[in-house]
Design a protein around this ligand. Structure first.
Ligand code: ZN
Length: 217
């Protein structure tokens, strides 16, 4: 048994929130302290890009540096504490049937597409477009509030020379990751529509977002 994998039975009928999010669209929702957020890769090999903000003070948000430094690993996996710029724990990974997730590759953008995949791809819809669209629903937020993100179900290889490369993922249909909230968090998802690298297996598909209340007892 792979020690990085852990499945937990939870009944979707008991979830307090359930949403299927198509590729190229987003989802903004508050997850309260103690609740469990599950992200399901419904069809497999889909990249779910996520930004996190303290629901009561959006100046506090997910921070890659503090997360990596605290666990001394670049991978997001079972047991990882997702930390903020104030070094508080926002979520803990409490179940995972995929095994590892990326937080180095950032979200796709018009500029990144143009540089990596020629100017022909500049106008393809990107995760940054989705994030910016949702900031209009978040008072006081604008594109300057877009910081480094998480890429669930995405595999980015860190080479021995420091290079980064998007590679075929290890996810599959129905695989999921469960995050337990340690504070009230605004979760902003961009379900990636990228067609120019293998992060979505060149076939963007929907993901499901489920929330359960804190377990009693
Ligand atoms: Zn993307």
């Amino acid at each position: 048994m792979n020690p990085k994998l852990k499945a937990v039975e939870r009944d979707p009928a008991e979830a307090v929130c359930s949403a299927v999010v198509k590729a190229g669209t987003g989802w903004l929702h508050e997850v309260r302290a103690g609740q469990i957020l599950r992200i399901v890769d419904l069809c497999g090999n889909q990249s779910a890009d996520v930004l996190l903000y303290n629901a009561h003070d959006t100046a506090e948000r997910y921070n890659v540096n503090n997360t990596i430094a605290a666990q001394r690993s670049t991978l997001i996996e079972l047991g990882t504490e997702l930390r903020s710029n104030d070094d508080n724990v926002m979520f803990t990974v409490v179940a995972d049937t995929c095994g590892e997730h990326d937080t180095l590759g950032s979200g796709c953008s018009a500029e990144g597409n143009a540089i990596r995949y020629t100017d022909r791809t500049r106008f393809m819809h990107s995760c940054r477009d989705t994030f910016v669209r949702h900031f209009s629903d978040m008072p006081g937020m604008s594109k300057r509030d877009q910081t480094c993100n998480l890429n669930f179900f995405t595999k980015v290889q860190l080479g021995t020379t420091g290079s980064l490369e998007f590679v075929d993922g290890i996810s599959g249909p129905g695989k999921y990751v469960d995050l337990e909230a340690k504070m009230d968090v605004l979760v902003l998802l961009s379900n990636c529509a990228q067609l120019n690298n293998p992060c979505n297996d060149y076939n963007p598909t929907p993901v499901q977002m489920l929330i359960w209340d804190a377990e009693k007892g």
